[in-house]
Write a protein that binds this ligand. Structure first.
Ligand SMILES: *Cc1c(COP(=O)(O)O)cnc(C)c1O
Length: 377
């Protein structure tokens, strides 16, 4: 019997018939964008759900990152991680800012705070950190460094929807946090994103920047961009929000099933569960070590041959990409941990519609590969 392919993620889509009334409402009201009723409602409901006060919706996370840097008027150099999706650093280049890469911590896989201070120069204005896979950065250490050196902190929180740390939303940390609602993320609006601001004044400025810099009908205060989310996307977000607890629960069940099955498989290692954190099981990374009979890429290919499409998130490192590798901080000798992780990671399929049999099939391939006599064809 032919088995169907399993991909690393599948967009989370509520039943179509539940979306129709929202569309009818949009057609009736004829408001398609520009802070329409669904947009306002989604901001209010997300703020409540996420446990934050001030949220500004965007058309995607990348434009939101670009805008966050502008909202804080960041220039010069920004310290960031090489182990992320490329948009993190691209947002710096779009602002003419030089990324300064700092290696990651081998456990959290987030920027290593003990190495940040050595990278600070007179031109450094901010730290752009990523809560990779939803694992919280060492926010306390980062905040202490930022305070000592008067730096701003922006978190790329694209993976951190609904993550709580020490009993409150992780999104409350830093000067700004930026979310992604892309189709592949835990909570999606097809395309979308958001900035979490610490106060109403900052939110107001962010809202102006995402609307060309308009403050009223005739006054433009900055070279803002078009970062607005449409009513269709906002309506879909409202519908999705009704299902998101269930989606998160299922993700966490899958995570537990993977952990139980893969712990102790020779040559495979997993990230420990972070302390004091309610995670969102947004990704399930595993690391293929030298003791595994196959190399990482061979296992990745063997799984694909058998219909299981993991992803090497994040490989290659951002610092290895052509627009970054000339930077002094991109020198391979400076980033050994990030390189080792990028060369060993495979993110396994995880999404609410994945059933237990699918999880067991994925695990079976990995265990099979772990037995040298049963070499994967
Ligand atoms: C997905 C992602 C982005 C980009 O999000 P978009 O909404 O697609 O622009 C940025 N940073 C990280 C870490 C991501 O995973």
């Amino acid at each position: 019997m032919a088995q169907s392919n399993i991909f690393v993620t599948q967009p989370f889509l509520p039943p179509l018939e539940e979306f129709i009334p929202y569309l009818e409402e949009i057609w009736a009201k004829k408001v398609l964008t520009n802070n329409g009723p669904y947009h306002q409602q989604l901001e209010a409901e997300l703020a409540r759900y996420l446990g934050v006060e001030h949220i500004s919706l965007f058309n995607n996370c990348t434009i939101a990152l670009v805008t966050a840097l502008q909202a804080l008027d960041i220039r010069g150099e920004v310290i960031t991680t090489p182990y992320s999706f490329v948009a993190t650093s691209h947002a710096l280049l779009w602002n003419n800012i030089e990324p300064v890469f700092v290696d990651i911590d081998p456990v959290s896989l987030n920027i290593d705070p003990t190495q940040i201070e050595a990278a600070i120069t007179e031109r450094t204005q901010a730290i752009l950190a990523v809560h990779c896979y939803g694992t919280p950065c060492d926010v306390e250490a980062i905040e202490a460094i930022a305070e000592r050196h008067q730096l701003k902190v922006i978190y790329d929180a694209a993976h951190a929807f609904a993550v709580d740390f020490k009993g409150r939303s992780l999104l409350q940390r830093g000067d700004l946090s930026v979310l992604s609602f892309h189709a592949t993320k835990v909570f999606n609006t097809f395309e979308g994103g958001a900035i979490i601001s610490p106060n109403a004044q900052t939110k107001r400025y962010v809202d102006q920047l995402k609307n060309f810099g308009f403050v009223n009908e005739t006054t433009v205060v900055a070279a803002g961009i078009n970062g607005k989310m449409s009513e269709i996307n906002a309506a879909f977000g409202l519908l999705q929000l009704q299902h998101v607890d269930h989606a998160l629960d299922r993700r966490r069940e899958i995570e537990t099933r993977y952990r139980q099955a893969l712990e102790g498989v020779p040559g495979i290692s997993l990230q420990p569960r972070p302390a004091d954190t309610r995670t969102n099981a947004s990704y399930f990374p595993m690391f293929v070590g030298p003791d595994y009979p196959l190399g990482r890429d061979a296992l990745y290919e063997a799984m694909r041959q058998r219909g299981v499409f993991g992803r090497r998130y994040f490989y290659p490192l951002i610092s290895d990409m052509p627009m970054y590798r000339h930077l002094p901080s991109a020198a391979p000798a400076l980033l050994p941990v990030a390189r080792r992780i990028a060369d060993s990671v495979i993110c396994l399929p995880i999404y609410p519609a994945l059933n237990d049999e699918d999880v067991d099939r994925v695990v079976g391939l990995i265990i099979e590969g772990a037995v040298p006599s049963a070499a994967v064809a």
